[in-house]
Design a protein around this ligand. Structure first.
Ligand code: HPA
Length: 277
């Protein structure tokens, strides 16, 4: 099943048919919100609001592990994540989409792995993930291709067909937040190779890889990053642009689901092969 994680300003999929709302608790705590199962284009889709109902979890306190584990329990094996970002690279404008292909982690305090060796949660289940956790194994997943190439291709072709402004590659720098960055930090990130900046893309992308899921992040530029425009950054600017994009995003999602075949043609399902010590 496909799972969608909605970011700031995107708290549900109103236009799709709602089938049920699932409240789950996981060995890693409670997810940010109940997961809503929708029917769209004849397919079931799981939707999770990253910041929770009423936007109650700031980026550094989002229960990322519980969110991903809850998806796993519902049978989600592919994730499309939607996130607001600040634009750093010169040609990025508010409203542009960026289908990121790599990331830089600049966070400080997040639980960013399921695999804690001896201290791992002893979960039930017979698949590789459950066994690795139960056996207390140490796991190093490869991040050479962090984002699923199949999902990225589908989303790029949809954006192209719809004639929307998009960039088919970009490096996502994840900062700790919840404050915005300083202009000097943005200049440093630019030198490191960051094209966009956000606060929630990490560790989501890694946790998905650790569960052998496909993960693709569709970023929406909501503002020029700090120091790039000469005005103050506000949360209002971010949320209002995401809300303005709401209808357009639903069209993008509908086309994405229509164009996504059931077969996983990528290597994401094998991400745990040779990863354990
Ligand atoms: N910085 C960090 N996160 C963001 C930004 C930003 O400028 N815009 C939207 N999310």
């Amino acid at each position: 099943m496909l799972g969608i994680i909605g970011g700031s300003g995107l708290y549900n999929l109103e236009s799709a048919k709602k089938l049920e709302e699932v409240t789950l608790s996981t060995p890693f705590g409670e997810p940010s919100s109940p997961i809503v199962i929708f029917q769209l284009e004849g397919r079931k889709i799981a939707f999770l609001s990253r910041h929770g109902k009423g936007h109650v979890y700031p980026p550094h306190l989002v229960p990322y592990r519980a969110n991903l584990w809850a998806f796993r329990e519902l049978g989600v094996d592919r994730i499309l994540s939607l996130s607001a970002v600040g634009g750093i690279k010169g040609d990025l404008r508010p409203g542009d989409y960026v289908v990121v292909n790599d990331f830089i982690d600049l966070t400080k305090s997040r639980e960013s792995t399921f695999y804690e060796g001896k201290l791992s949660h002893k979960v039930s289940g017979e698949d590789k993930v459950a066994k690795l956790l139960r056996e207390g194994r140490v796991v190093h997943v490869d991040m050479s291709e962090a984002y699923c190439p199949q999902l990225r291709n589908v989303i790029c072709s949809v954006l192209e067909k719809l004639g929307l402004p998009f960039h088919r590659e970009g490096v996502y720098a994840c900062t700790e937040g919840p404050r915005f960055e300083t202009p000097s930090e943005i200049r440093a990130i630019e030198r490191l190779g960051g094209d966009v900046v956000g606060m929630t893309g990490y560790p989501e992308v890694v946790l998905a890889k650790e569960l052998a899921m496909c993960y693709c992040s569709l970023c929406i530029v909501t503002n020029p990053a700090a120091g790039i425009a000469s005005y103050r950054l506000t949360s209002d600017e971010v949320i209002s642009l995401m809300k303005k994009k709401g209808e357009e995003l639903k069209i993008v999602l509908t086309h994405f689901i229509k164009n996504l075949t059931d077969e996983r043609t990528c290597q994401c399902a094998n991400s745990l092969e040779g990863a354990e010590v």
